[in-house]
Design a protein around this ligand. Sequence first.
Ligand SMILES: Cc1cc2nc3c(=O)[nH]c(=O)nc-3n(C[C@H](O)[C@H](O)[C@H](O)COP(=O)(O)OP(=O)(O)OC[C@H]3O[C@@H](n4cnc5c(N)ncnc54)[C@H](O)[C@@H]3O)c2cc1C
Length: 395
Amino acid sequence: MFKRDLFNADHEAFRDTVRRFIDQEIAPHHERWEHEGLVPRELWLKAGAAGLLCCTVPEAYGGAGADYLFDVVVFEEMARSGFTGPGFMIHCDLVATYIASFGSEAQKRLWLPRMVRGQAIGSLGMTEPHAGSDLKAIRTKAVRDGDDYVISGQKVFISNGQLCDVIVLATKTDSAAGAKGVTLFLVDTSLPGFRRGKNLQKVGMKAQDTSELFFDDLRVPASAMLGEEGRGFELMMTKLAQERLAQAIRSATVAETVIDWTVDYTAGRKAFGKTIGDFQNTQFKLAELKAEATVARVFTDRCIASFMNGELDAVDAAIAKMQLSNLHCKVVDECLQLFGGWGYMWEYPIARAYADARVVKIAGGSIEVMKHIIGREMFARYRPRDTRLTDINPA
Ligand SMILES: Cc1cc2nc3c(=O)[nH]c(=O)nc-3n(C[C@H](O)[C@H](O)[C@H](O)COP(=O)(O)OP(=O)(O)OC[C@H]3O[C@@H](n4cnc5c(N)ncnc54)[C@H](O)[C@@H]3O)c2cc1C
């Protein structure tokens, strides 16, 4: 088997720390959090104190200034554990990254140290009830009023929505300008005019809060703008490859983990005088899944390396997100089958993994949107190569 060569001894030592944290601080409580629909703030504070949050934030803003692989270790170990409650990925990989990349000095100083410590929880507010894939169709408005902007509108499906202290919020500052009318703001949720709606009931990821959010004439100073007016869409596009890579990393790890769980289970479970693992069907099925997960892992690791060199483009990230999301869902489905009825019982991690998986084909850019990105590039680059195809009717 290929050995992964991305990580050094420091990353692996950190991996041990993350695993210990998950065993001690998450595993004993996660089932209760599933019933409560969210994880407590104390968990975020403990994760911050243990150095698990926003590892890449520079030391000047309270972070470790570590390389991206430290964040990857956190995402992988969370995925391996099967505990999907803590929304660390959105907080670290998206919100902190947006602020670190596009924030003013004052914005970085205000939010990043608190985000590293888990004292401020971040969420990303893009989707609205009528606009998800087509983000430029959002309607939440930000209207200039003197030195302020007044924000009104609604978001939906926002991860960390019940807990968040700061939102990277997509608004329209010019409703007639399409994508060029989109502007981002950093919204402090303690401001008057902010309201949290329902914590939405989901098929899976039951311990992670996902909410409606409302903005009723919420007034922010112009200094709360992230980047420049009208450039929000452009900024979001520059971060999509990173978001999709993180999701592929999670899916690659879940696929490997679920295959391991299934080997363990089927090696012990008996039927017709043999173990389930003795049946050729089981071995062939798991062999196929293992082969697909191994190939997918190599591509994912290549994307991580490429991202760290500043070379990961939108198309490769879309390929990673699409392939890994599909594989993730296929693996949990086919492995659950090998668990029989026990696989359908919530007390078995495979049942949770099955329920948690489905969203990966939808959120963070759906499978169809990924195909659109890949296909568009193929045809944009198309040049006639063979005159026999283009000069069919020269007459
Ligand atoms: C659990 C969860 C957590 C989420 N967290 C966040 C969050 O933190 N922040 C946030 O802003 N959003 C979040 N979302 C929203 C998520 O990003 C959207 O659900 C997603 O982008 C799809 O948008 P939509 O649901 O409006 O579906 P629609 O855009 O209405 O799409 C419906 C269907 O049509 C397909 N479709 C759309 N356009 C095309 C096209 N051009 N060609 C072919 N097919 C197309 C889609 O692929 C999909 O299958 C979350 C969603 C979920 C379920």
